[in-house]
Structures are given as C-alpha cells and as structure tokens.
Design a protein around this ligand. Structure first.
Ligand SMILES: [Zn+2]
Ligand SMILES: [Zn+2]
Length: 231
C-alpha cells in the first residue's frame, strides 16, 4: 500500500522502482489528510494503475477522486487491504478530518503519525508497542523562532493543530516505544526550520531517559529512506 501520495505520479513510480516495487502490486492508496504534500500524485497514480483510494469522509471530500474507486474510513474502525490491517485514529491538524494509522501484518505493527499538532493520549495509545514508529519531527523550536516564516505561520505551525516539533516527537517516541520497538523513523522534516541532525539528536536525548534502546532514522526533506525492516 501507499500511505499518502504527495509526490507526482511519475516520481512515485521512479522511487518505487529503486526499491524494486511495482506500482501494479499496490493494493490501495491510504490518505491521512487532504493537504497537497500528501495527495499531489494520488489521483493520477490510482487512475494509471487501477488502484483504489482510502480516506476519511472529510479527506475524500477535499481530494480529487473522480473516476476512482473510493472507500471511506473512520477513526477507530479498522479495515483490511489484503492481509494488512489498518486502524485509523484521529489526530489534531488543520485539515478536515485528519487521521494517522496503525498498520499490522501478522504479529508486526507499524504506526505512522504525520501531520499532527500535539501528542494526545489517544495517539500514544494507538502507537504504543509498534515494531516501527514513524513520527513527525517537523521543526526545531529555535530555528522556527528565528527563521524566515511570518509570525502567523509560526503560530499556526506551533499550535495544537499544526505540526510536531523535535521535542514533541521525542516525547511521543518516549511514550510509545516499548521493548518491541526496533526502529523510530522521523518524517516530515521542514526544509526551513529543521535539520536531520537536530531532529535525531533531540529525539535521542529524550529516549536516553527511557530504558528502551531503539534505532533512530531520519528521512531528509524530499528524500527517500529505507527500506525499513520489520524483522
Ligand atoms: Zn498537513
Ligand atoms: Zn504535510
């Protein structure tokens, strides 16, 4: 499956081929929310490869999906793509009806949470004990404060319906990681307001205080990472 499709269809195909993946094998494109950095290539990809698209009612209403097979998903209601189970859970973000996903196959679990403005107990509960945690680490507090964005945008990013800072990501990782968690992948880093080094260092510091030892990996802005193994 694809969780979100924010790159162009062509770019998605290109990057999938570097991992040896065939677009025709994708069982569904599963959306978190309607923002274009998550949906840009979705419709074209689904049309070209006959792929169904999944999203909440609010997300689908604001995402181009004419001509596509759609399935509406909802917070707390699990669904399957092949053998893979998805559990959508709601997050706070300035979008119509955003969700994150806990994804399981056999006894393995991956949770993906981006974009979200704050770490609620519901988010921690759904992500806890995942083998792989994919967590938004959007900005470094200091860089955002001193950076080029106008004040209203800085406030929106920092708000409860904005994005997670490196500190927030560290807090979420610390609360959600257990002895099962082998890898934490930091995603959705801002190009202007963060660096991979700052993100991983901040999360590492927070995790040090907890007893769990996990590998931290960072996806750089615009770049690919992985594959991330569940093994
Ligand atoms: Zn967003
Ligand atoms: Zn985004």
């Amino acid at each position: 499956m694809l969780v979100d499709a924010g790159l162009s269809c062509r770019e998605l195909e290109k990057r999938m081929s570097t991992f040896g993946e065939e677009p025709s094998r994708i069982l569904g494109v599963v959306l978190t929310h309607e923002h274009t950095d998550h949906t840009r290539g979705a419709r074209k990809f689904c049309i070209e490869h006959g792929t169904p698209i999944y999203g909440t009612r609010g997300t689908l209403a604001l995402t181009q999906h004419d001509g596509l097979t759609t399935t509406t998903v909802a917070d707390g209601k699990s669904f399957k793509l092949g053998d893979i189970s998805f559990l959508p859970f709601k997050v706070r973000h300035l979008a119509a009806e955003p969700v994150a996903y806990s994804i399981s196959l056999n006894s393995k679990k991956v949770a993906i949470a981006s974009d979200l403005g704050c770490v609620t107990s519901g988010v921690v509960e759904h992500m806890r004990g995942s083998d792989v945690l994919m967590v938004e680490a959007n900005y470094d507090e200091e860089m955002l404060l001193r950076g080029p964005y106008p004040d209203f945008l800085k406030r929106a990013i920092k708000s409860d319906h904005g994005h997670l800072s490196n500190d927030d990501a560290g807090s979420l990782a610390t609360q959600a990681a257990t002895s099962r968690t082998g890898e934490i992948v930091l995603v959705h880093l801002s190009k202007e307001n963060n660096t991979p080094e700052k993100a991983s260092r901040t999360v590492e510091e927070r995790l040090k205080k907890s007893k769990h030892r996990t590998t931290i990996r960072v996806t750089e802005h615009g770049a690919s990472s992985g594959p991330h193994s569940l093994g």
